[in-house]
Design a protein around this ligand. Structure first.
Ligand code: NOJ
Length: 884
């Protein structure tokens, strides 16, 4: 959030816009380029037709059947910003029936704004481990901490942005610039969290690839991410599909528009793709303050408005709550839609057994004191105990440290310079080596880059319980460390001994657009791909003076390393990404060789920003009206784009060195499920809960007599006269709402590509299994290897495909010299398919009579693929140069 002073001024200025009557101020839509459509898709598909959710829906049906109109509308919206129980979002409750307020809490890397929690490494760091076991273990620990704090809904993981734009502000919250890396990491994160009975939220649907201009405000619509159907399916929606397949309970829509229509009221995205094609059975929430219409968003499939307010908060206005009650009474929102919304919310709660012993929130996002206001935004609020200081950390520092350590990516190691010895004389340069001297949490929402960078800024953060900084860890290890806590190379550095090592710490930060740091507006629009605080110069100067320089980089994403990467004294470069609280020992364990580095890049590092097409290299800047961000590069982001133009990166996607070396031998390919070109037809939907569709009596909306209202709290009741008037309109049926084009009320059978959670269940059939023996062929060091599988489509198959695409990956255990391990990876039907926009179906171009099959490449990085298997012949061979 912006600081309170500036926020209040802004709110005063904008207050006339806060009223619901003016909330549709952004219509009509701005024009988007031809070929980018937001076709209408109605009605919102009912939830409850998938077997694994049957029981939850039966229970939800029984509970919702007992609810009054105002009770149903109360649970589909927040009660207002800073109003409810002290989470970042708090839904309304139905105390009469035992349905509680749901506590929705950030972030994807830890319980935000809370004490006694673990500040885990960020998503991008987790992605850099390429380790499924760690992705899952981090999810388990996160889930336990959210549960321990009483948060029903975890607002993570983040897979949108995917990292299309290297300068995008929130790429670090996700796992890397590839749909499969994002998808598999997210699915394991969700599994870990939800096994603890906490509802995970996959976000942001979709196209939130830059921060600037993302939000609708009364003066300007959010930008439109213009994405074609195939690109949407194969790239941006892919991780969401996998999350739905993993059973994710909640989805958050993005702030921006897609193809001209705001995501929070986008019927194609929510009704069509998410709920019908992907078969999503949980609840869809808006991102905070992004709801811009009441009726239209309900019809488009939104189920939960967060935090309840209009997009100008804190005035006590909502587009739902009492307005949704009114809309159902006057007939503009069909009761059928409200029943489905409420059923989805309650079913999700039952699905994760939150009706049994789920703790109430025991912390406050608003204050660290024991006592505080119960409804801070009400000003005249009762107060009471809001913090119980429950410690949920357990031994989660262990998994946090392991993730931080296994993510560390060794990009360069000339002459096997690393690891260092404990007797090494070391000089350390850079403020990034030491924790922020004012304390690790000194800047709210981590909105500053002072001291070691452990996470980016914005809502995607957590407070550090402590910070193990690199300089302390180095001093614990070696006696002889000189620390220059400066980003300008000091003049008083004497002549180093010939074997003395300079370790230079540099960083690059980014975050959410609500806060600006050193002129970077969320996105890295000011510093771009350069190290912050003159870090590149610091490295150059150190390299002039010292003949052995090790560069440690804490960064949200790729940097331009060209100013110094080829300097002969820059011997080694480690990307430690965003390590969270465990920055120190995780790093020294690698620097001194207790473990070999085993992280791999979750994005490519190019030699120049212009190595990418302009559409992805550049952030969009201000224009009048809606900023148009057209994804003209289609499928070609990151390594796909570089391969297409035969551009060599400085370091390729997936690159990461070890202190040892590995060989990949004896690959085998095993067909599992025989494929046909198109998948078998889906099964029809099972019946969903049914309710009476008669508009309920107005009395179900009346305020209870003598109800003690809290000023500006959002309620779902209406004054009696207003409820009666709305009911009269509904009963007469004379007033018609201007429904969007294509509006319909008859439930659809669902598209051919649907049929289960994540789409047609046949898409998830394993088509081939590929195994390879990974050998540690070094003589000195043990280490873990990353095995990566990339798919190459047969040439000339009628579809334009990237040269290769990541499809699966595995990490070995620690292999001692001479040891080996067989790793097995899988290709599903979906993995070998393309989205055919005409057929509106996934098809597998490499199967069928007379077709050339696929080539399955295996190796340690996208540019080190020396082994190939051919699905046509079933043969595998090694010693190859690789496809790029
Ligand atoms: C806005 C962010 O975009 C979203 O990721 C977050 O969960 C909500 N705010 C709540 O803080």
């Amino acid at each position: 959030m912006v600081s309170h002073t500036s926020a209040s001024w802004l709110l005063l200025l904008l207050s006339p816009f806060a009223s619901p009557a003016l909330a549709r101020n952004v219509s009509p839509r701005d024009a988007v380029p031809a070929k980018y459509h937001a076709a209408p898709y109605y009605p919102a598909p009912h939830g409850g037709w998938i077997g694994s959710w049957k029981e939850a829906y039966e229970k939800a049906h029984a509970l919702v059947s007992q609810m009054t109109l105002a009770e149903k509308t109360n649970i589909t919206s927040g009660v207002g910003m800073y109003m409810g129980t002290p989470c970042v979002g708090n839904s309304g409750s139905v105390d009469r029936l035992g349905f509680p307020q749901l506590c929705l809490q950030d972030s994807a890397l830890g319980v935000a704004s809370a004490d006694n929690v673990t500040a885990f490494p960020a998503g991008i760091t987790t992605g850099a481990t390429w380790d499924k076991a760690l992705m899952y273990a981090r999810g388990v620990a996160l889930g336990k901490e959210f549960r321990g704090k009483g948060a029903n809904v975890h607002l993570g993981p983040t897979v949108g942005p995917i990292g299309r734009k290297p300068l995008g502000g929130r790429n670090w919250e996700g796992f890397g610039a590839d749909p499969v890396l994002q998808a598999k990491a997210a699915a394991l994160h969700i599994k870990g969290v939800q096994e603890q009975g906490v509802i995970a939220t996959i976000k942001h649907l979709i196209g939130n690839e830059q921060e600037m201009f993302r939000m609708y405000n009364p003066l300007q619509p959010g930008y439109s991410a213009n994405i074609d159907d195939r690109t949407l399916h194969e790239l941006y929606l892919w991780p969401f599909a996998e999350a739905v397949h993993a059973g994710v309970g909640a989805v958050m829509t993005a702030y921006n528009a897609v193809n001209g229509s705001a995501c929070s009221q986008h019927s194609t995205l929510i009704n069509g793709l998410l709920k019908d094609e992907l078969g999503f059975q949980g609840m869809v929430m808006s991102d905070w303050l992004s709801q811009i219409s009441g009726v239209d968003s309900a019809l488009a499939g939104l189920d939960l408005n967060m935090p309840g307010d209009t997009n100008i908060p804190l005035f006590g206005y909502s587009l739902w709550q009492y307005e949704l009650t009114r809309s159902v009474l006057n007939g503009s929102v069909p009761l059928d839609r409200l029943n489905d919304m409420a059923t989805r919310v309650v079913a999700t709660w039952y699905k994760f057994n939150q009706d049994k012993d789920f703790p109430r929130p025991n912390f406050s996002s608003n204050t660290r004191a024991r006592d505080g206001l119960l409804h801070p935004a009400a000003v005249l609020s009762p107060s009471g105990q809001v913090n119980w200081f429950v410690n949920v950390q357990n031994d989660h520092n262990v998994v946090a440290r392991q993730v931080a350590q296994d993510a560390i990516t060794l990009l360069k190691n000339d002459g096997s310079f690393l690891p260092l010895s404990n007797t090494q004389k070391i000089s350390v340069f850079g403020t990034d080596a030491q924790v922020n001297p004012s304390g690790p949490n000194a800047c709210a929402n981590r909105a500053c880059n002072r001291g070691t960078l452990g996470m980016g800024w914005g809502s995607g953060v957590a407070d550090y319980p402590y910070f193990d900084d690199p300089i302390s860890a180095l001093k614990r290890r070696v006696g002889d460390v000189k620390f220059y806590n400066t980003d300008t190379f000091p003049g008083d550095v004497g002549k180093p001994a010939a074997d003395e090592v300079a370790i230079v710490f540099i960083s690059s930060d980014a975050g959410e657009n609500t806060l600006t740091v050193e002129n970077n507006h969320g996105d890295r629009d000011s510093d771009k791909l350069a190290a912050w605080h003159g870090g590149d110069k610091l490295v150059q100067k150190a390299a002039e003076k010292f003949s052995n320089v090790v560069v440690v980089v804490h960064t949200v994403g790729p940097l331009n390393l060209e100013p110094w990467i080829d300097l002969p004294s820059v011997k080694s470069v480690l990307f430690a990404h965003l390590p969270g609280q465990e920055a120190g020992e995780s790093l020294t364990n690698i620097l001194f060789g207790d473990a070999s580095p085993c992280g791999h890049l979750p994005y490519s590092i190019t030699k120049s920003a212009s190595d990418y097409p302009a559409s992805i290299a550049n952030l969009k800047t201000f224009t009048f009206g809606q900023v148009q961000d057209t994804y003209s590069e289609g499928l070609y982001i990151d390594y796909r784009s570089l391969h297409k133009t035969s551009t060599s990166p400085r370091y390729a996607f997936g690159h990461g060195l070890s202190y040892t070396t590995f060989s990949f031998t004896n690959a085998t390919l095993r067909p599992i499920t025989p494929l046909t070109f198109s998948p078998p037809p889906r099964a029809p939907k099972s019946p969903t809960p049914s309710y009476s569709s008669t508009i309920p009596p107005a009395s179900e909306a009346y305020y209870p007599p003598n109800f003690p209202k809290i000023w500006r709290y959002l309620y779902s009741w209406l004054p009696t006269t207003e409820a009666d008037a709305a009911y009269a309109i509904g009963k007469a049926g004379t007033k018609t709402y201007p429904y969007p084009d294509g509006y319909a009320t008859e439930q659809r059978p669902g598209p051919a590509a649907g049929g289960g959670e994540g789409g047609n269940p046949a898409l998830w059939d394993v088509a081939w299994e590929v195994s390879v023996t990974v050998n540690n062929v070094g003589s000195k060091f043990a280490g873990k290897a990353s095995a990566q599988v990339y798919l190459q489509h047969p040439a000339g198959n009628g579809y334009d495909n990237p040269v290769v695409q990541l499809r699966d990956f595995e990490k070995t255990r620690v292999l001692k010299p001479g040891e080996s391990q067989v790793v097995t990876m899988r290709l599903t039907r979906r993995d070998v398919s393309v989205w055919d926009v005409v057929r509106q179906e996934w098809v597998a171009p490499g199967v069928g009579e007379g077709k050339d099959g696929y080539t399955v490449w295996i190796g340690e990085a996208s540019d080190r693929l020396g082994v190939a298997c051919y699905t046509g012949s079933g043969r595998c061979e090694g010693g190859l140069k690789g496809p790029v």
